[in-house]
Design a protein around this ligand. Sequence first.
Ligand code: 3H9
Length: 699
Amino acid sequence: MTEVVKRERRGVVAIVTIDSPPVNALSAAVRRGILDNVTAAVADPEVQAIVLTCAGRTFIAGADITEFGKPPQPPALNDVIAALENSPKPTIAAIHGTALGGGLEVALGCHFRVAVKDARLGLPEVKLGLLPGAGGTQRLPRAVGVELAVKVILGGDPIKAPEAAQHGLVDEIVDELVPGAEAFAHKVLAEKRPLRRLRDDDSKIAAARADRSIFTNAVAAMTKKTRGLEAPFACADAIAAGLDYPFDEALKKEREGFLKLVVSEQSKAQRYAFFAEREAAKIDGVPESTKPRPVARAAIIGAGTMGGGIAMSFANAGIPVTLIETGEEQLKRGLGIMQKNYEATAARGGIPADAPAKRMALIDGKVGLEHVKDADLIIEAVFETMAVKKEVFTAIDAYAKPGAVLASNTSYLNIDEIAATTKRPQDVVGMHFFSPANVMKLCEIVRGAKTAPDALMTAVSVAKKIAKVPVVVGVCDGFVGNRMLAARSKQAEKLLFEGALPQQVDGVVTKFGMPMGPFAMGDLAGLDIGWRSRKDRGIKSEIADALCEAGRFGQKTGKGYYKYEQGSRAPLPDPEVETLIDQTLAKLGLKRRAIDDQEILERMVYPMINEGARILEEHIAARPSDIDVVWIYGYGWPVYRGGPMHYADSVGLKHIAERLALYAKQTNDPSLEPAPLLARLAAEGKTFASLAQPNKAAA
Ligand code: 3H9
């Protein structure tokens, strides 16, 4: 017997316990252990029922993702599940934590399922670019009906045990896991309950078999916003096979679909992203014994769009927050927007009806910086100029309690310079949120030269608590995300001077999978901001300047690089813009040339990769995968392309370096010359992923 799975007998009930930290994933050893122990329990004449449960923090969290792509080891998961389902003695899954993917598929193979109240059950394979490959697409619809199964499988989000119980996925909610499961086993035996083999029970799929629209409507609702992803459609096909074919045949089709996806570039990229996110949580240069400082209350300075969004993120996580403004009016306006925002979400069913009141009650609006005094973490989200930041930090320094962590939400300014205005630079850190801050998951944690390890860890741990994905970065202009974005913006602008139109550039970028192109993004942010800043610095950008001079500031004026119909945010190409570009180019003596989409794509993406290489050289990011996490969670980079650095590896660094060198020459732009790291890796035939060791980053 393998030791990752143990068996004990309590009277007539065998308790089979999986103990394979951290998440009881279904490695070959675990699969073997379950199969051997279940087979032995079936053979044991003293045993009348079998409970399958897990030690540690969770029920099985799925197949072992690290095994994908390696030669398969027996036993196959379907064989393990068949042993549970075909057992002549009742099998009962006892679930706590999360029963996910292959874990839920194992539970679905059991005749019964009990769960503690806070357990969650789901099939998140779609988020890894996969479909549930061990009967999930067949047994879940038979357990809960086709509509809910489509939602769970195509959406990938788990449902809570009480909801699962409501739909028949969980037979009983128990207070104590194993004793509860044992008591349930005795009940099953006493009542001589028939063993429910989901494979043989078509009752809940009968309706969708008779009326296909039940299935197609559910799929349409779940794929409305799916852009470019293959897996949701493959999941739908597998569920459909269950409606069209008998169980065993459909199971075979499901398996074929899984095997196809597991080798796809999309799934590889999505699995890479899963591990990249977890790698980002490992922070270099922090002693292991470092503990984050406790944060019972946060203070946010500034109730504008950013500050408000940050405050909402804290309230959503149940952390009280003081929201500070300079005047009553600004405060009232900020709080009003947040209230409306919550109410709109509640009206859509996104949060419970009583949530807006509860969350707003956690936000204490105040006028005056002295109110930071009770906060353990203070986040400044005021106007983005160094002078204003310095003023605010000097005041915070005067009022904040000793040991409070002082964070700036700056998106590009030097944290060290800000920290130097205080007497406690060791407590100062950057926490760069992305707009809208209550929605976007990324938080760049900027480590200053003097930031203390425990101050850094406080920012990281708080970011996780408020459901953000923290990535530690070093100090430089724009950190990781905005610095790379600037490299792209520069090329986008140049493309207009060479002959492309905004809609052509944006079209290529969105076709690639980004939610928005650079020009639509400019219109959203407001073109007047850059215009004013250029004027201050005596810089020109003739096309953008001409737009602003014509009163085209973007969405807020209904016109920018695009035109916008009243009340709509959809960018519409505008012939006036083309005329304006033509006139500007004529003034400058420039001629438009035809630029193909491939060049546009390469000039949008490769300079970002080049800047990413420089960021690695300068140790601003710890690893290439951290850069990818920044782009996936901060800018909506398509997860199925794994982030810019992963994408670069998939294209080939040699090709990218060659194209950059060509564009550098062709457009007379030295910034496009391949960065030394990129050039070296390209010459050595290596990838960014080959830089496996952390880069002593951001230290
Ligand atoms: C599947 O099941 C396919 C089947 O349908 C068909 C098969 C034929 N494998 O997230 P955490 C590691 S596909 C390997 O920080 P948390 C993770 O990398 C699978 N490793 O903890 C990390 O390692 P490290 C479907 C895994 O408490 C450590 O465990 N299942 C796996 O915040 C802790 O993870 C899923 O997609 C795995 N399956 O969250 C579920 N899972 O410490 C994926 C985790 O070295 N997992 N690790 O960095 C999760 O969603 C979360 O990990 C979970 C815990 C919610 C379980």
